[in-house]
Design a protein around this ligand. Structure first.
Ligand SMILES: Nc1ncnc2c1ncn2[C@@H]1O[C@H](COP(=O)(O)OP(=O)(O)OP(=O)(O)O)[C@@H](O)[C@H]1O
Ligand SMILES: [Mg+2]
Length: 457
């Protein structure tokens, strides 16, 4: 970089569990060592860059079948260097956090690490944040896996807080973050039963009422407003707004949607905070980028998340093919180097199948989402028809909604059942209004109540 004055990027690829994240951390440690300022006191940029890793892993990694510390988001870290070749700034960009995990986990996987850390926090924090045994929370007890081999969640909690200190997240902000984490756990314990009116719902029992109270307290919003935002929808019509009750099933979906929205906004907030705190160098001479994404995945059941993850890997594979095989070999030929040509499988056809506009799977899905009458079955039928003779696409025998793609790394069968809902995935207006109304009020030194800027809107 210094000799040739060129910015570079390092792309770390491999399937889930291969060691991408660990490799990325080694790369970053090496760059921090080479580009660090020896003898600098206090928090240096390179220290902050390194400590951003445990913070992001606490909120974006989870135990999966393939990997006890699987990244459930993509990350591109841009390390900036000044004219002396010293690190002068950094920026972290993240991609596509797996939101569904917050509300839905199955054996032998876990939810995001931060939930278990908070439940194992020192007693005063457990009390303060009103958490407790992870087995008592629906979002954690859908799976019987609570512990990860060789991981001490209690210690990780303290280490995450320590890393947050170094990264530049204040104690008040850390408390606000964990308040939100706790609120999500309690939100998951709110249940509904049929209400008085047809197709309406109400809180099921005392327990649910209690959890709702705690959520409202932790999120610093009004209890009634929270309940309404879960049990009702406002429909905008030309003649004014109509409030429509939701049946218990829809209320549960509304609850889960709120949990996912809050968690993904929390994650984005943390990333923004890290970026603001580390700071970018507008005068940087060059950068080294490091890309660490989630690896190729093939589970027993694969859904929209896996399609997105595998499409990303397919794209990176294409990039790799382009550079390593096509371009390098063309150069060898140009230079008349005696060279036996390495065959490689071009995966452009898989990419076209998934992302071509119009005609690709994503385009068909977007189209299906625009028709109110579409179901996952009509969407699947449309795919079966459209790709009948596509080499990379097949329909498993007897399948009604499943389809198989022949990826560069192997065949993966996807279940199209929740594709439409997952692709729509918008923020409910009522939820947004509820969260905007959150007011964190703390007494100021002179006794007046003032607005606390650390609320995570
Ligand atoms: N260089 C290494 N030395 C020792 N152990 C390693 C090394 N690299 C990886 N591992 C082990 O493998 C595990 C998985 O590695 P890592 O989390 O880096 O995988 P990944 O490729 O990022 O997977 P994912 O796509 O699921 O995020 C680590 O938790 C660690 O136990
Ligand atoms: Mg990883």
């Amino acid at each position: 970089m210094i000799n040739e004055h060129g910015s570079q990027s390092i792309l770390v690829s491999g399937e889930s569990g291969a060691g991408k994240t660990e490799t990325t951390k080694m790369l970053m440690r090496y760059l921090a060592f080479m580009g660090g300022r020896s003898g600098t006191e206090g928090r240096t940029v390179e220290q902050q860059v390194l400590e951003s890793n445990p913070v992001l892993e606490a909120f974006g990694n989870a135990k999966t079948v393939k990997n006890n510390n699987s990244s459930r988001f993509g990350k591109f870290v841009e390390i900036q260097f000044d004219k002396y070749g010293k690190i002068s700034g950094a920026a972290v960009r993240t991609y596509l956090l797996e939101r569904s995990r917050v509300c839905q986990v199955s054996d032998p996987e876990r939810n995001y690490h931060c939930f278990y850390m908070l439940c194992s926090a020192p007693p005063e924090d457990v009390k303060r944040f009103k958490v407790g045994n992870p087995r008592s929370f629906h979002y954690l007890n859908q799976t019987s896996c609570y512990e990860v081999a060789n991981v001490d969640d209690a210690r990780e909690y303290l280490e995450t807080r320590n890393a947050m200190d170094i990264v530049g997240i204040s104690q008040e902000e850390q408390d606000a973050i964990f308040r939100v984490v706790a609120a999500i756990l309690h939100l998951g314990n709110i249940n509904f039963s049929k209400g008085k009116e047809i197709d309406s719902s109400r809180l099921r029992d005392e327990k649910s009422i209690n959890h709702l109270k705690i959520v409202a307290e932790l999120l610093m919003c009004d209890e009634k407003l929270l309940e309404d935002s879960l049990c009702q929808r406002v429909i905008v019509t030309p003649d004014g707004n109509i409030t429509k009750p939701l049946d218990p099933d829809s209320a549960l979906q509304s609850r889960d949607a709120l949990a996912k929205t809050v968690y993904s906004r929390l994650f984005d907030w943390i990333v923004d905070k890290i970026n603001n705190s580390i700071g970018q160098d507008p005068d940087a001479i060059s950068i080294i980028g490091v890309l660490d994404i989630y690896g190729f995945e093939s589970f027993k059941v694969n859904s929209f998340e896996q399609l997105c993850i595998n499409m990303t890997n397919e794209k990176l594979q294409q990039h790799f093919n382009q550079h390593v095989f096509k371009m390098e070999q063309e150069e060898y030929t140009r230079d008349e180097i005696d060279w036996s040509y390495v065959e490689f499988v071009d995966n452009q056809d898989v990419l076209d199948l998934i992302e071509k506009k119009p005609g690709g799977i994503i385009a068909l899905l977007d189209e299906a989402c625009m028709f109110p009458k579409s179901t996952h079955e009509t969407f699947a039928q449309k795919m079966y028809q459209t790709y009948k003779s596509h080499k990379r696409f097949s329909k498993p025998k007897l399948a009604r909604t499943a389809f198989t793609i022949n990826h560069y790394a192997g065949d993966v069968t996807y279940q199209a059942d929740y594709f439409l809902d997952k692709n729509k995935d918008y923020v409910v207006a009522e939820h947004q209004a509820l969260l905007n109304s959150s007011r964190a009020t703390t007494p100021s030194p002179d006794g007046n109540i003032e607005h606390d800027r650390t609320t995570l809107h």
